[in-house]
Design a protein. Sequence first.
Length: 337
Amino acid sequence: MKTQLTLLFLLVVNVTIYAQTRPKTRSVAAKPVPQKLAEPAAERIAARTRAKLDSIQKVQALAREMARQLFVEDSLQRARQLATQQAEARSKPAHSVSTNQAMVSRPTARPATRSPLQGSASHEVARRGILFGVRGSLLLNKPTISADVDDPGEPSYYLAPGAALLVSIPFGDSPLSLQLEPGYAERGGLFTAKGLMNNGVDRYEDKTTYKLQSLELPVLLRIEPIVGPINIIVTAGVDVRYLLGGTSAYKGAEYNIRTGTLVRSKADSESIQVDKLNRLDVGLVGGLGVVLPTSFGYVFIDGRYHHGLMNLAKEQKSAFYQRGLSANVGILVSLHR
């Protein structure tokens, strides 16, 4: 911008010089001047002309000097800007420069549109083949009993651990996969009975905890649709369980109503007679969770509902069903990297 203004200034100066030095023409004929007066007038005109030319030369010299200084300043400023850019380029990491060069050299590809059932990030991992892994669980069990059985008390949730090995078999390029989870789990329930005794003088509170250990084989169908930026998993299938054994723990206490003092307490623990129970149990499983992809596979977190279908009690008048919730964390790894 400064250079352009300087050039414009020089153009104006040259035009002015041209206008000042251009010989003037008169439309009217000049009157004759006496010889004695003509010589001093000519000298004065010549002196004024020389003064004008000197002034014009000084202005031209000043304009040229200004143009030279502006040109030098502009060149120095451009050199400083170039040096700054080169220093910034050298200070950047090599991978950033290469990435930027790649972005400049290659046109940005338009992302392909995927349907919600086209497969998620974990499905891309599953394309490598069969996945293997492990799962840990916390089971929140609450058994269901029939109304015609002697009331053992009010059932409540019982927290127990579980673990399993995982084998996930993908169905080609679809987001569906078959997952087998052979493992071990502890289920059971907590029953609390309260009431009055001794003609209302005392009250009792009995707690009975049942613990049942079993081998399990969930056979699950998993689908992994994409919902926004989240990779979710939907799980449904059946759960086959084989009862290994169990224990029951009883804790009872009696209190005087008026004084609130403990009258009597009793605690007992014994093994459950497995012969009085059906060892085989089959149930339905359904769950929902999220997938966290990794470089070696993926991690999943889900919650499931377990609905036992088989009556564990052999006696016709009794009914005992295992039902509850579970929170699971697992990891699946591809062996074909």
